[in-house]
Design a protein around this ligand. Structure first.
Ligand code: CO
Length: 134
């Protein structure tokens, strides 16, 4: 069902510093900082050629990653994202197999403008998985 790994998302306490480290120390290609108020994050994408690393900093009072950074103030890996060709079919298969989709299970428009869902980390070895229709 899943296709390529689209991105690995890392929650960071200071996006400008994190982006500079990837660019200057790792020599990576880092895109511009993008403010996404509707998602409660500011992000920058690192293009690794075979996928992306999404650096995310909380934005606003109700950021979905504020709780994560409260528990891990130094930052850490937040989720991994796989591409799927048909997200509704993927959700049906997953729910039929006993996996839990977070929220109401209806795909939302994600940070990249495509339909996404998130799967319960307890069903996947402690890892939050995002599926993105691509
Ligand atoms: Co993501």
């Amino acid at each position: 069902m899943i296709g390529r790994l689209n991105h690995i998302a890392i929650a960071v306490p200071d996006l400008a510093k994190a982006a500079a480290r990837y660019r200057d120390l790792l020599g990576a290609s880092v895109g511009p900082l993008q403010t996404l108020p509707e998602h409660g994050v500011t992000v920058a994408f690192v293009d690794t050629g075979n996928g992306m690393v999404e650096l995310m900093e909380p934005l606003g009072d109700n950021s979905p990653i504020a709780g994560f950074l409260a528990k891990s103030p130094g930052g850490g890996m937040h989720h991994i994202c796989f591409e799927v060709p048909d997200i509704s079919a993927a959700v049906a298969t997953l729910v039929g197999g006993g996996a839990r989709v977070l929220g109401d299970g209806v795909p939302k428009t994600g940070a990249h403008g495509r339909p996404v869902v998130f799967l319960h980390p307890k069903d996947f070895d402690g890892t939050l998985i995002e599926l993105e229709e691509f």
